[in-house]
Design a binder for this molecule. Structure first.
Ligand SMILES: *Cc1c(COP(=O)(O)O)cnc(C)c1O
Length: 832
């Protein structure tokens, strides 16, 4: 943490005494009147709450203005539907947005309080697993900064992402009651509760005009209650909200049960329906296919659409202008039931004809695909949807029928296998609905999240759909918000850049180009190194406090932080660590600098292999870190409970960013962008957005290695891939695998990691670790040598920072706004 007044401190005292006094009065007012506490005996948590409430006060007027302006102008709204919003903490972000971080630090320090300890009181809003949920949060922030009237819609989970503890080297999941002390940033809207129906049956009926209609009746109802989470844009010119729904038992349903005199069971059932929004599914990149998950998906989609339609209908008498006023972005297929739900509303509730309803849907929806991994693609059994949502299943069948009719009509010759591949129903085995086909066909635009990923979509699983709708797939490379990931997370670097370029870059990230000439300036490089050093020391203090491990800030900080998944290849990283360990012991790495390898990330609770990899990291760390022959030259550390707040500490301190997924598996990545923006060099495969990062920073400023996506695909599918040959043909690799497989790191249980080695050598090595091993090791050797040249390394790192402007989520959002949503954006978010 920075000290007040330091040259690297962007929050150096500047506030007037009168401002400080005014903030003190506001804090004391909230402490007494909102929290019922006196200054005596107040805790850091109390001061956090008081400061958060004071900051919220600065946002509320703007929020109301933003909302009223959108109403008054009948502006087109953007609705971002997402099962996940990985928001993280909000206080620092909102203090910055409202321009009051410096004042707050000064005031609280003045009051004898520990400002950083107070910031640390905020629980993390971890309503997401990883990249997908964090993207939703970054896009919401950028939409707000760009003045777009936007609403996020999602679920107000009682339990977000679990906390990760490490016990004897193994992951233990603990539930995290993040709402324990309430949530200052959300307004609970007990007045906004909407009914959501499940189960029941359908029947034909006649409406008031004697037209035949379909009705959905009986079943059970759950209420969705709204909670509005505030999101401030840069400069707080606009404030939007994310409306998150919690489940409440239906009152009517209760009454019925209570009247039957079954009080205890009625209350028990009440909590059963309320359990709908209890917990986030902690599976990243896997669809577990659980019934409760499908229920959650429909629950939030139904409430959100009812809300969206109500807002539109408050101004419009009919639906003709719906697509001109409403853009709905589906974040992955999780909200894809929005498609049959909107059709149901238009047709069953408003008597609109099929074709008109379909064209409204098509003009309204767009869909973002996040992964091509087969295990992640959502499909649901026809029987399950038919039972839970009988009317929706009928509508999905009809959508499919119309779509396939069109396909047959357009075809030059009959091709039933092609029709089968395109169908929304997978007929192989138990019949299942392909949610991606539903979302694709209903949307006017479908986007991938990096150029390579979008190309692979067109060529691979969406190939048939792409040929049917050649203009539909577009690319929208992911981005990150520079407010959180540079301005808030890296105060020392922000201060340095601001002294040289001013602070306009915070909302115009391309301004960082102004650093390019400074990369040639030795004095600037010196300052840049001092900043990195400050950040590394701060991380060292954190790791020491948390793990009791002392790290050397002079060593190369080699960082891989992300969910633990085989495709991300943390195991390949560990294999490099063991290789380097062996080389050091054999005196074959004397030209290499001391290295600290940091890993962090959570494994899905049911993902055995991922958990085993976490355990291996701990076992390897124990052996290496205790080996006197290695001394300070190599350290391996696993930082537990990776989340947004931990990411904010690690990103600024990294020298090297590990982005080493098997080419063709990581759709985009955003951790890669956070690290490069904070001055880490990337070692990576040509995968996801790494490719575009390489284009921007220049091939000479990034370390690429390994198979390309097309070569990896050929190797895996066309045969000719013999992992055993790599194993027997490379003595170093052989040694590493034997050490893992034969218990060098787990002497008490020599077979502990047998399964890991077998996966590689005997079961096909699906993610091609062995094929990429030699090139990775050689590349790491080049990294080490490059790091020893301070000046050259800093030059590269500065050029990385300077050329990351394209990966601001402001750019991403501007492209969505222009090419998908067709809404205007504020030209000058910095208000300059
Ligand atoms: C950015 C971020 C991610 C995504 O990281 P990738 O390296 O792109 O997988 C996951 N979790 C958290 C907490 C993040 O901040």
């Amino acid at each position: 943490m920075t000290q007040g007044g330091s040259i690297l401190d962007a929050d150096a005292p500047v506030a007037k005494e009168s401002e400080v006094d005014a903030l003190k009065r506001r804090l004391h007012k909230h402490l007494r009147h909102s929290l019922g506490k006196g200054a005596v005996g107040s805790t850091a948590l109390d001061w956090y709450m008081a400061l958060a409430l004071s900051t919220r006060d600065l946002m509320v007027e703007t929020w109301m203005d933003s909302t009223h302006r959108a109403y008054a102008n009948d502006a087109k709204r953007v609705y971002y539907l997402s099962m996940e919003f990985l928001v993280g903490r909000s206080l620092t972000a909102n203090l910055l947005a409202t321009g009051s971080l410096g004042l707050a630090r000064q005031t609280l320090t003045d009051m004898g309080l520990d400002f950083d300890a107070i910031l640390d009181q905020e629980p993390e809003a971890a309503l997401g697993n990883g990249g997908l949920g964090r993207l939703a949060a970054c896009l919401m922030e950028s939409m707000t900064t760009l003045g777009i009237p936007a609403y996020g819609y999602g679920i107000y989970y009682d339990y977000g992402m679990f906390s990760q503890y490490i016990d004897g080297g193994q992951q233990v999941e603990m539930p995290e009651r993040w709402l324990r002390h309430g949530n200052v940033w959300a307004f609970d809207r007990s007045d906004v509760t909407l009914p959501v129906r499940f189960y029941g049956r359908t029947e034909d009926a006649l409406d008031v005009r004697n037209h035949k209609v379909r009705r959905w009746l009986d079943g059970e109802e759950v209420f969705a209650e709204a909670h509005d989470l505030l999101v401030a844009g840069h400069g707080c010119w606009t404030v939007n909200s994310i409306r998150l729904w919690s489940a409440q038992a239906s009152r009517e349903f209760d009454l019925r049960r209570f009247n039957q005199g079954d009080y205890i069971n009625a209350v028990a059932e009440q909590s059963f329906s309320e359990s709908l929004s209890h917990v986030l599914y902690p599976d990243d990149s896997t669809s577990m296919g659980k019934e409760l998950r499908l229920k959650q998906e429909y629950f939030f989609v139904a409430a959100s659409l009812a809300d969206i339609v109500r807002r539109f209908r408050s101004i419009h008498d009919d639906f003709t202008k719906f697509p001109q006023k409403v853009a709905i972005q589906l974040n992955d297929t999780h909200p894809a039931l929005a498609v049959p739900e909107l059709m149901r509303i238009l047709i069953d509730a408003h008597g609109i004809g099929w074709d008109e309803a379909w064209s409204i849907c098509n003009g309204t929806f767009s869909y973002t695909n996040h992964t091509l991994l087969p295990e992640a693609l959502e499909t649901w059994p026809v029987g399950l949807i038919g039972h839970m949502l009988p009317r929706h299943m009928e509508i999905i069948y009809e959508i499919n029928h119309h779509f396939l009719e069109g396909v047959r009509h357009r075809a030059t010759q009959p091709d039933d296998t092609r029709v089968g591949r395109l169908s929304m129903i997978d007929e192989a085995g138990e019949r299942r609905v392909r949610m991606s086909h539903l979302a694709f066909v209903a949307s006017h635009r479908v986007n991938g999240v990096a150029a390579l990923h979008t190309d692979l979509m067109r060529a691979g699983i969406f190939g048939d759909l792409h040929r049917e709708f050649p203009d539909r797939i577009v690319n929208k490379t992911n981005g990150i918000t520079p407010r959180r990931w540079l301005q808030a997370a890296n105060r020392p670097l922000t201060a340095l850049i601001t002294r040289h370029l001013g602070d306009r870059f915070v909302a115009h990230l391309d301004d960082l180009r102004g650093l390019v000439p400074l990369a040639e300036d030795a004095a600037f490089r010196e300052e840049f190194r001092a900043v990195k050093r400050t950040n590394k020391e701060a991380l060292c203090r954190y790791v020491d406090a948390r793990l009791g491990v002392e790290l050397d800030p002079n060593s190369l900080f080699d960082v891989q932080v992300k969910r633990i998944h085989e495709y991300k290849r943390q195991l390949l990283n560990v294999m490099h660590v063991i290789t380097l360990y062996n080389r050091i012991r054999e005196g074959r790495a004397d030209d290499q600098p001391p290295r600290t390898v940091l890993l962090a990330g959570k494994a899905a609770p049911g993902y055995h292999m991922a958990k085993l990899i976490i355990r291996l990291i701990h076992d390897v760390a124990r052996v290496i870190n205790a080996d006197p022959l290695v001394g300070e030259r190599l350290r391996l550390v696993f930082v537990p409970d990776y989340n947004v707040s931990v990411a904010e500490r690690i990103m600024p301190a990294a020298d090297l960013s590990e982005q080493i997924s098997t080419a063709g598996t990581e759709a985009s990545g955003t951790g890669n962008m956070k690290l490069a923006l904070n001055g880490a060099l990337t070692i990576g495969t040509r995968d996801g957005a790494n490719v575009e990062i390489g284009e921007e920073v220049g091939e000479e400023n990034i370390f690429f290695f390994g198979l390309t996506a097309d070569k990896a695909e050929v190797l895996r599918t066309k045969g000719g891939h013999d992992p055993w040959q790599y194993y027997t043909g490379d003595p170093e690799l052989h040694m590493v695998l034997d050490m893992i497989g034969q218990g060098a790191f787990s002497p008490a249980e020599p077979d502990r990691y047998r399964a890991i080695v077998d996966t590689l050598t005997r079961h096909g090595d699906y993610y091609l670790l062995l094929a990429d091993y030699a090139d990775y090791i050689a590349c790491q050797e080049r990294v080490g040598l490059a790091y020893r040249d301070d000046e050259a390394w800093s030059r590269k790192a500065i050029l990385n920072v300077a050329r990351m402007g394209r990966f601001s989520s402001d750019v991403t959002v501007s492209e969505y706004a222009r090419e998908i949503w067709r809404v205007p954006v504020r030209d000058d978010p910095a208000g300059m």
